[in-house]
Ligand binder design. Structure first.
Ligand code: PRX
Length: 572
């Protein structure tokens, strides 16, 4: 019988009584103990009597399905960890996962952690350029990939003398093998019932997730094994995950949602997860929910808006009665989307707010709490979340006034460093608060309302894209003198990238040149970062110190007030 009680029945009581110790005790952890995410998500669940419960239901793009129990996951992750160990990969080395959402991605992630490696998931749509920036920064020594992505890896091998192993999960023709390539064949490899799991402790590095920033290269947010404490309890309280659930997180593990809540949190709860490795269509998604009887669904506003556009007819063709709880992440969830979901699914999407750096939810709506459509909800119990002044960064406690969201450090899943970049890490802290870089206000009832980002990062379909990467790619074109990239409004993706380009003398703007520039950067950027439009301008608005004022360009796109332009160097 399904238990219809929510995991928490009163938000206020939970806030009063909460301590991270509750999660530690539920997971059987005591300070100083060995704690390994790979072990917590597989072996521990088996020991708790769920060895033969389904952990993963995977569906490929042809509709084919593979199923794995927690015991299968335990043995397969042992075997992959053993395989990597035999190759010579040692604890602390960075192992990149560069794959579509195939089972080996999920297995490889947990296997890497069992080995004590630092896993570095990267989105498989990244082009060679995006890939090498992140591999170079982390000096990654192994990459697990698929045959279909090998050309991108081969393209940059000559520039990566630190890359010792390229592990290909579905390579079948060994004559193509080069010195450093290995085949991981889970259908035929030796299965290890036992593997000496790396005795990581709370602060041992676990996952390295790259996130985009305004200036400079993407930053690697480094997490630790102790994060599982947060991810476990937030999955339980905010996503309301329970023993009988069939849970679907639509995010790709190349992004933090796909690991914190598409791998670690749910499996640490012993919950069955579904994964669909196929492109988005409303038909595909609804069929998937119907076929696997999904009960809890965690998705993103972009997808929700795309489903809204498809209308109700597609919903009516499917039996979606298994659904019981919906949640959303990654960008502002507009009130309209919440009201729509209540109308068509009979339940609201519950917005959640957090970031790569926070590793787990910071503010969210809980099943036991009244949802105010358009609000991100309230702080997770045990987390002190407030606002600091936009200019002075001083804490204030006034209702309805916009400030920067700030969190008191101390929650288990918080990132511990930006890889190789202590200065950027330190910049994030003021007066003992971690600053999230987002603006919000808090209402009389303690609900948070998102206002916007504090910087220039573009949020397209829930993915952060730094203008720097796009501008750098544009500047490599011989005709481009200056470039700027900003987000412009888009009904489905919230924002899409728009590029502004000033040409070098001797070049004339034309449709042909626009196309040529687009083709030139397409090879360098991921599809997400590709501008939808290039506008030629004589010059870009800049500060006297030469910094491009993207917010001026952005305000024009959004039809907003330009604000203070006293530092502007030139007229537009
Ligand atoms: O600007 C906020 C936006 O996404 C940023 C974090 O992006 P990333 O590190 O890629 O992690 C995404 C998934 C955790 C935030 O700084 N964001 C995230 N959730 C929301 C949001 N903006 C508005 N409402 C949200 N619920």
């Amino acid at each position: 019988m399904f238990n219809f009680m929510h995991n928490i029945s009163s938000y206020d009581d939970t806030v009063k009584d909460f301590s991270w110790k509750i999660a530690e005790e539920e997971l059987g952890y005591k300070p100083g103990d060995v704690i390994n995410i790979g072990e917590y998500c597989t072996d521990r669940i088996c020991r708790n009597g769920k060895a033969y419960k389904l952990a993963l239901i995977w569906q490929g793009h042809k509709g084919e399905v593979k199923k794995y129990t927690f015991n299968d996951m335990r043995i397969l992750t042992n075997s992959i960890a053993g395989y990597m160990k035999n190759l010579g990969i040692t604890p602390g080395e960075r192992v990149c996962l560069f794959m579509d959402k195939v089972p080996e991605l999920y297995l490889g992630f947990l296997a890497g952690l069992k080995l004590g490696a630092i896993v570095q998931p990267l989105f498989s749509a990244f082009g060679s350029e995006s890939l090498i920036t992140r591999l170079e920064d982390a000096k990654t020594s192994a990459i697990i990939t698929q045959k279909k992505h090998l050309p991108k890896v081969r393209n940059i091998m000559k520039d990566m003398d630190y890359m010792k192993y390229v592990i290909v999960v579905d390579e079948t023709d060994p004559t193509h093998l080069r010195e450093r390539e290995y085949i991981l064949d889970i259908e035929n490899m030796e299965m290890l019932d036992k593997f000496d799991i790396y005795p990581s402790t709370a602060e041992t590095p676990s996952v390295l997730h790259y996130t985009s920033g305004t200036t400079g290269k993407p930053k690697g947010a480094q997490h630790v094994h102790y994060s599982v404490i947060s991810q476990y309890i937030t999955s339980k309280y905010s996503l309301d995950l329970k023993e009988q659930d069939i849970y679907w997180c639509t995010a790709d593990p190349g992004w933090v949602t796909g690991t914190s809540y598409g791998i670690i949190g749910p499996w640490a709860n012993g919950v069955t997860q579904c994964v669909m490795d196929a492109g988005f269509t409303a038909e595909n998604w609804y069929s998937f929910i119907e076929r696997h009887r999904v009960t809890v669904w965690y998705s993103a506003p972009t997808a929700i808006r795309a489903l809204m556009k498809e209308g109700e007819a597609a919903i009516k063709r499917h039996d979606l009665s298994s659904l019981r709880y919906l949640a959303s992440i990654g960008e502002p969830l507009n009130a309209e989307a919440v009201l729509w979901s209540e109308k068509v699914f009979g339940m609201k999407f519950h917005d959640t707010y957090w970031q790569t750096e926070t590793g787990s939810m910071v503010v969210s709506n809980y099943p036991c709490m009244k949802v105010k459509p358009g609000s991100m909800g309230k702080p997770f119990p045990g987390m002190e979340v407030g606002l600091v002044d936009i200019k002075t960064h001083k804490y204030f406690d006034k209702k309805g006034v916009v400030g920067v969201i700030a969190v008191r450090p101390g929650w288990p899943a918080m990132f511990r460093a930006y890889w190789n970049n202590p200065d950027k890490y330190n910049e994030k802290f003021v007066d003992g608060w971690y600053l999230c870089g987002d603006r919000a206000s808090i209402d009389e009832d303690g609900y948070f309302w998102f206002v916007g980002r504090d910087d220039d990062v573009i949020n397209t379909a829930g993915h952060l894209v730094g203008p720097f990467e796009i501008e750098s790619a544009l500047l490599e074109h011989p005709a481009v003198a200056e470039s700027a990239a900003v987000g412009k409004p888009d009904q489905i993706n919230m924002e899409v990238v728009k590029a502004f380009v000033a040409l070098k003398p001797g070049f004339e703007e034309s449709k042909m040149l626009e196309l040529e520039i687009m083709n030139f950067i397409r090879k360098k950027l991921s599809p997400l970062a590709m501008p939808q439009e290039v506008e030629f301008v004589d010059s870009l608005p800049k500060t006297r110190s030469g910094k491009i004022m993207r917010r001026v360009l952005r305000a024009k796109e959004w039809g907003e007030e330009i604000g203070d332009i006293s530092t502007l160097e030139n007229d537009m």
